[in-house]
Design a protein around this ligand. Structure first.
Ligand SMILES: Cc1cc2nc3c(=O)[nH]c(=O)nc-3n(C[C@H](O)[C@H](O)[C@H](O)COP(=O)(O)OP(=O)(O)OC[C@H]3O[C@@H](n4cnc5c(N)ncnc54)[C@H](O)[C@@H]3O)c2cc1C
Length: 499
């Protein structure tokens, strides 16, 4: 049995902790903030509940596997609810299309009715390609510990796989080779932002995210997606994991080339055979470990070269009932007239987007409001990361944040969704808030972006060159978002192995 310390109680840290306890290790989780879940949490404010992080669960198989392998099936602890339509996409030209959850056939019909038969056929062509990309990348890349790019190059199917994935093409280039329809192109562009990236630079293989959503569905969890974090915590505790909240870690200690434990901000030292870091990898390598540790030089260099993911600016809206207001679907996306201006703003000019894509999550879940008829909406727009110096925007000005929120509300109303008169509660969350609450550098949503073909290889490896140190979560391989973070925990637990 090894003595294992996990730094951070995000989803990746807690899943790894539970899996490791199941393998027979003694596991302690040290969390810097006052609660578990990291970015994934459902917050109650007065009579309203909001998912302030993830509001869409895809590839639930990852968490089905987690709960089954650590004790009881997911159905015993959480109520997964399919969301239909999965998305309601509204465009600046007044057109609209609903994607039916778990049915390509109905989505094709919907595309054909709204944009014509050609566009519908183009979506089919794109999804067939995306499925092939998923098949090629899932097992050898996403679900495996990435020891070296060389291992991928040695595959006997290399040439065929390369042709499928087309690493030389951006997502935008691939899509434009199939369609010149702007509506379809905007829908696909949005999948690049699911990994915090710019579709003009992100690799074409991100198209597989669209396939995963279509094939395995868009899901909600009753009570909020944050329930996932609480259920994982409970499972970990049942397996004997000990949680220590309000316990920020100030350093990872080592003896030569091997970890020996951690030191907390309080000065307390905790010895350990293995340390699993769920804090952002750039923080781990630049702030928690002495820069004298030479074996980490290459990993540090890669992280320094990788571009952080975009961040998010969100509005939490508690709304009074209004019989005149149109009924909203669970997930609505209001696309702007010029999507590229958004990516230029975020990644080149580091400025809040003038006319952003607006995502509205209006859960049809009565357990997320204490008063029937009242609704809690989570509104999210992509934003440049927070920085007071250099590449980012200084989000710490509260007056600016409130004015920006008001602008977004006006833009929603301009699209025929009355809002201002219904608002009973309005809270704003900026990238600076996320950085402050859980130490995510710049408030980046997904760790590092995928803004180049090499970015996947620049992320922190799950197994660090410092013996006994492992990295798990959105800033480590295979990347951010709930499905990948859950997979990273499985990779790390498998790499550490049985007690
Ligand atoms: C606004 C927003 C919307 C999102 N929407 C979606 C979505 O719809 N679907 C989806 O799949 N994903 C979504 N994501 C991404 C998803 O939330 C993350 O990828 C995932 O939750 C990250 O988990 P993680 O394991 O990396 O841990 P994190 O959530 O990053 O948590 C890390 C933990 O480590 C702790 N920590 C940091 N430093 C220290 C230290 N020194 N000592 C102790 N503890 C420390 C932090 O306090 C935190 O609790 C969204 C994220 C955000 C912010």
């Amino acid at each position: 049995m090894s003595r294992i310390v996990v730094i951070g109680a995000g989803i990746g840290g807690m899943c790894a902790a539970a899996r490791l306890a199941k393998l027979g290790h003694s596991v302690d989780v040290f969390e810097g903030s006052d609660q578990v879940g990291g970015k994934c949490r459902t917050e109650w404010i007065g009579k309203y509940a909001f998912d302030t992080g993830p509001s869409l669960l895809t590839l639930p198989a990852v968490y089905r596997d987690f709960f089954l392998k650590t004790g009881e099936p997911i159905e015993k602890v959480l109520e997964l609810q399919p969301v239909n339509p999965s998305f309601d996409y509204k465009f600046a030209d007044g057109s609209e299309v609903n994607f039916t959850n778990l049915s390509r056939h109905e989505t094709l019909t919907s595309l054909s009715q709204n944009f014509g038969e050609n566009v519908s056929t183009q979506w089919k062509v794109l999804m067939e390609r995306a499925e092939k990309m998923w098949d090629v990348s899932r097992e050898p890349f996403i679900e495996s510990e990435l020891t070296s790019p060389l291992s991928l190059l040695k595959r006997p199917t290399l040439l065929r796989d390369l042709f499928t994935i087309a690493p030389w093409k951006s997502l935008r280039e691939l899509v434009r080779s199939v369609t010149d329809d702007e509506h379809l192109s905007y829908i696909i562009d949005r999948y690049a932002t699911y990994s915090g990236s710019d579709p003009r630079k992100a690799p074409a293989v991100l198209l597989s995210i669209a396939f995963v959503e279509e094939a395995f569905g868009a899901w909600h969890i009753k009570g909020g997606i944050g329930q996932l974090a609480l259920a994982i915590e409970e499972r970990a505790k049942k397996l004997g994991v000990k949680f220590h909240v309000n316990s920020p870690v100030s350093s990872i200690n080592h003896n030569g080339k091997k970890v020996s434990g951690i030191t907390l901000n309080s000065g307390e030292k905790v010895t350990a055979d293995v340390v699993v870091a769920n804090a952002d990898a750039s923080t781990v390598y630049t702030h928690l470990i002495s820069e004298k540790v030479r074996v980490l030089r290459r990993q540090r260099k890669s992280l320094a070269q990788s571009e952080p993911s975009l961040a998010g600016f969100s509005l939490l809206l508690g709304l009074k009932p209004d019989s005149e207001a149109p009924a909203m679907n669970h997930h609505t996306v209001l696309f702007p007239a010029d999507y590229d201006a958004e990516f230029d703003s975020i990644f080149t000019h580091y400025k809040p987007v003038e006319e952003p894509t607006i995502y509205i999550c209006a859960p049809r879940d009565e357990s997320m409001s204490r008063t029937p008829g009242y609704e809690s909406w989570f509104v999210l727009v992509n934003a440049p990361r927070h920085s007071t110096i250099g590449e980012g925007f200084d989000w710490s000005d509260e007056n600016f944040a409130r004015a920006y929120a008001s602008k977004i509300i006006s833009q929603i109303e301009a699209r025929g969704i009355p809002l201002r008169n219904r608002i009973e509660l309005l809270e704003v969350r900026t990238p600076a808030d996320l950085e402050k609450s859980i130490g995510t550098p710049g408030g980046s949503i997904y760790g590092s972006s995928s803004n180049s073909a090499r970015s996947a290889f620049m992320r922190a490896r799950n197994r660090s060159p410092l013996k006994g140190l492992f990295c798990v979560g959105g800033s480590a391989h295979p990347g951010g978002g709930l499905p990948l973070v859950g997979i990273s925990a499985e990779i790390v637990a498998d790499a550490i192995g049985r007690a």
